[in-house]
Ligand binder design. Structure first.
Ligand code: ZN
Length: 56
């Protein structure tokens, strides 16, 4: 099943970022998505397929 992601949406990942946070704001949606860690502000890029597997 394909999940809809929108800019500004907050997602929670199963695994914590090294900073200890696990909540992210979606900054860009496309083939790859850009997420910002809400705890440390770090940006990461990941594919839609990978994000679908890593969120709860
Ligand atoms: Zn972080």
């Amino acid at each position: 099943m394909m999940t809809d992601f929108t800019v500004g949406q907050i997602v929670t990942t199963k695994k914590n970022h090294p900073c200890g946070g696990n909540r992210w704001e979606i900054l860009r949606v496309g083939a790859d998505l850009i997420l910002r860690c809400l705890k440390c502000g770090h940006h990461v890029m990941m594919s839609r397929a990978r994000l679908e597997k890593s969120i709860r």
